[in-house]
Design a protein around this ligand. Structure first.
Ligand code: NAD
Length: 296
C-alpha cells in the first residue's frame, strides 16, 4: 500500500533510508537544512521540500533522523503544531533517553502515535535496507510501525514503552565499545607475547572470549577479511559516533544511578582517541591508540 511519508534529516543515514521507502512504492517528502543532503535524497526519488512544514503537509507518517536530542525535540515541537491527530511520528536518531521520552510527550498529547526507533547497522545497513530497529512506544504505535519500517529493516525489535528503544541502543553500544577495547587489549597483549594474530583469533573466536568485536569485526587485519582493519580502519562506524553513544550511556547511567565503571573507562579512551584527531576512523582503530600507549 502506498503511503505518504515525510522524512526529516536526509544525511548519511536518512537519505538512503528515505530512498528505500521510495523503492518500496511510498510517496516520500523530505527536508534537510543542508543542500548536499537534499540533492542526495532527490537523486533517490525523494520529493525534497523547502521546510519541515511543507514536507509534513498531508502525510500519514513522519520520520526524523537527526544528530541529537535537542534537534529532535525542536523538530518534533514544530511537527506537533501542524500534524493532525492519528499521525504516526517516529524518531530513528540516536539520542538520550530523557529527550526521547520528552519528545513522545510532545506528540502523544496531540493524539499522535509515537515511537523512538534507533537503528544499528550503519550506513551499509541503511543503503541495503537491513537495519535493526530497536523500538519503544505504546503497543498500538508498535503495531502500526512494523509496516512503515519494514522497507528499511532487517529486524524490528519491540523493546517496550516510550524511550525503551533508546535505552536498548545505549546499553548495546556501551557493551560494544567496552568489548572492542577488550578485544584490542587482548590482541595487543598477544603481540607482546609473540602470538600470531591468526592463531589468537582461532582460539578466541571458538573459545569463551568470543564476541562480535572479535568474531565479526576483528580489530587486526587478516582473520576477518571484511573487518575495517583490512581497509586502513575506514568506517564502518566512526570513533566519534561511538564516543557519542558511550556518552549517552554515561548520561543515562548517571541519571538512573547505575554503576558503569568500564563504560566510563571506554569514554575516556575514545575521548582521547578523538582528541588525537582520529574521530573519523573506524572505532576498531582504537587498537592503534592502545599500541601507542604501551610502555616498552
Ligand atoms: P548526518 O550528520 O549525516 O545527518 C544528519 C542530518 O540532519 C544532516 O544532513 C543535517 O543537515 C540534518 N539536520 C540537522 N538539523 C536539522 C533540522 N533542524 N532540520 C532538518 N535537517 C536537519 O548524521 P547520520 O550519520 O545520518 O546520523 C543520523 C543519526 O543516526 C544520528 O543520531 C546518529 O547517531 C545515528 N546513527 C548513525 C549511524 C552511522 O553509522 N552514521 C549509525 C547508527 C545511528
Amino acid at each position: 500500500m502506498t503511503r505518504k511519508i515525510a522524512f526529516i534529516g536526509l544525511g548519511n543515514m536518512g537519505a538512503p533510508m528515505a530512498g528505500n521507502l521510495v523503492k518500496a512504492g511510498h510517496e516520500v517528502y523530505g527536508f534537510d537544512l543542508a543542500a548536499p543532503a537534499r540533492a542526495d535524497a532527490a537523486a533517490r526519488g525523494v520529493a525534497v521540500c523547502d521546510a519541515v512544514s511543507e514536507a509534513i503537509k498531508g502525510v500519514e507518517a513522519v520520520i526524523t533522523m537527526l544528530p541529537n536530542g535537542a534537534l529532535v525535540k525542536k523538530v518534533w515541537t514544530e511537527i506537533a503544531d501542524l500534524v493532525p491527530t492519528g499521525t504516526v511520528v517516529i524518531d530513528c536518531s540516536t539520542i538520550d533517553v530523557d529527550s526521547a521520552t520528552a519528545a513522545h510527550g510532545l506528540l502523544t498529547d496531540k493524539g499522535c502515535l509515537t515511537l523512538d526507533a534507533p537503528v544499528s547497522g550503519g550506513t551499509g545497513g541503511a543503503e541495503a535496507g537491513t537495519l535493526t530497529f530497536m523500538v519503544g512506544g505504546a503497543p498500538e504505535a508498535q503495531d502500526v510501525a512494523q509496516a512503515l519500517l519494514a522497507p528499511m529493516a532487517g529486524r524490528i525489535v519491540p523493546c517496550g514503552g516510550p524511550g525503551a528503544g533508546q535505552a536498548a541502543k545505549v546499553c548495546n553500544n556501551m557493551l560494544l565499545g567496552i568489548s572492542m577495547v577488550g578485544a584490542a587489549e587482548a590482541f595487543v597483549l598477544g603481540e607482546k607475547l609473540g602470538l600470531d594474530h591468526q592463531a589468537l583469533f582461532d582460539v578466541i573466536s571458538t573459545s569463551s572470549g568470543q564476541c562480535w568485536s572479535v568474531n565479526t569485526y576483528c580489530p587486526v587485519p587478516g582473520p576477518v577479511p571484511t573487518s575495517p582493519a583490512n581497509a586502513a580502519y575506514r568506517p564502518g562506524f566512526a570513533a566519534s559516533l561511538m564516543l557519542k553513544d558511550l556518552r549517552l550511556a554515561q548520561d543515562a547511567a548517571q541519571s538512573r544511578g547505575a554503576q558503569t565503571v568500564l563504560g566510563a573507562d571506554a569514554v575516556q579512551l575514545y575521548d582521547a582517541f578523538d582528541k588525537a584527531g582520529h574521530g573519523d576512523i573506524d572505532f576498531s582503530g582504537i587498537i592503534q591508540f592502545l599500541r601507542m600507549q604501551d610502555n616498552e
